[in-house]
Write a protein that binds this ligand. Structure first.
Ligand SMILES: Nc1ncnc2c1ncn2[C@@H]1O[C@H](COP(=O)(O)OP(=O)(O)OP(=O)(O)O)[C@@H](O)[C@H]1O
Ligand code: SF4
Ligand SMILES: [Mg+2]
Length: 323
């Protein structure tokens, strides 16, 4: 594990606001799905992002890859601010950063066989391959994700969920990227298949020297797989754990951990110990967004928003009364 503190990707005060209106004639209102996120993603390592449904994980993923335009802030990839690149330069850089989705089925055209699906990234980039080269590429990609060459002729509906996710990963690897954003890549799979996919991802990361941003609502999985954990709550980073097993300092992370002993991995984990309403993202309170659910909340918490402050060991928490 080399590279020290070198970051492949840096997010600087990244925010995304969405406008919507209630009904046809309702007043437009704005909500901040990602709020002022500053974060380094170290090269060659796995950075985990965890938080409940709707906290902004997928929006963050799409901002990082610039599949979505930020409202403010910037993404710097390998020293290059993405916002300042021309269309052509950005397209070229896109080869180096790819996404793996939760449901590869929806990402693959049902009329494509797997060879076509695996060659699609080349087509999109305008890279022409001879028939022989195309066959070699497909064979290599299938081999990398542990699938046999006979899969090339299959259609998506003929594959299992695990096989489809392997195709999703192979397709993300087609243009030899160095950075993958994995947005809940195992959330739709059975637990035994999930373990196989995680093992495959770990093997690919070490063999190819990849950098991952791994998104999940499952803190147990993130602690198992990631080197570093970023906890999000209502669009903001509330804690960064420098090691996966560092003791949490933010009350939300503590509650997430306490709720993680639910043995059924297929169940979406709800936070049993937590009570209180999650405030609406359209109408955030002035202080700590977690105050309504926090056992330690006081008047300061309700009035003043805590900044994310980092200690010397790289541990950061946004809390007036850290644990
Ligand atoms: N295109 C959009 N227009 C308006 N609101 C959006 C849009 N995309 C996301 N949102 C809102 O932004 C918030 C964050 O959504 P996001 O999908 O990033 O959450 P998430 O953490 O990935 O959730 P999940 O765990 O369910 O996947 C949600 O309140 C969502 O409704
Ligand atoms: S700032 Fe206050 S309300 Fe927010 S997590 Fe810390 S103690 Fe709880
Ligand atoms: Mg999501």
């Amino acid at each position: 594990m080399s590279g020290g503190a070198q970051n492949l990707v840096e997010l600087r005060q990244l925010s995304k606001r969405f406008e919507s209106r209630r009904g046809l004639f309702g007043k437009p209102r704005a909500m901040t799905a990602v709020d002022d996120v500053t974060l380094g993603i170290p090269k060659g390592r796995v950075t985990g992002v965890v938080g409940e449904s709707g906290c902004g994980k997928s929006t963050l993923a799409r901002l990082v890859l610039r599949l979505l335009e930020a409202s403010s802030g910037e993404v710097v990839f390998d020293g290059m601010p993405l916002g300042q690149l021309s269309g052509g330069a950005l397209r070229k850089l896109r080869r180096r950063m790819q996404m793996v989705f939760q449901d590869p089925y929806s990402a693959i055209d049902p009329r494509y066989n797997m060879a076509d699906a695996l060659l699609e990234p080349h087509r999109i980039q305008g890279i022409r391959l001879s028939r022989a080269d195309a066959r070699t590429v497909v064979g290599e990609l299938l081999g990398m994700v542990g699938l046999g060459p006979q899969i090339a002729a299959s259609f998506p509906h003929q594959l299992s969920g695990g096989q489809r996710q392997r195709i999703g990963i192979a397709r993300a690897l087609a243009l030899k990227p160095d950075f993958l954003v994995l947005d809940e890549p195992t959330a739709s799979l059975d637990v035994s298949i999930q373990a196989q996919i995680i093992a495959l991802l770990e093997q690919l990361r070490s063999e190819l020297g990849l950098t991952y941003l791994f998104i999940s609502h499952d803190l147990g999985l993130v602690r198992y797989f990631c080197d570093r954990i970023v906890v999000m709550y209502l669009g903001r980073v509330v804690e960064v754990l420098p090691q996966p097993h560092a003791a949490p300092r933010h009350h939300y992370t503590r509650a997430l951990l306490d709720s993680n002993f639910v043995p059924d991995p297929k169940r979406r984990r709800t936070i049993r110990r937590l009570t209180g309403e999650i405030p609406s993202a359209f109408d955030l309170p002035p202080g700590c967004a977690f105050a309504a659910r926090c056992p330690r909340a006081d008047a300061t918490c309700r009035a003043i928003r805590p900044d994310l402050t980092q200690t010397a060991d790289g541990h950061a928490a946004a809390c007036h009364h850290p644990l």
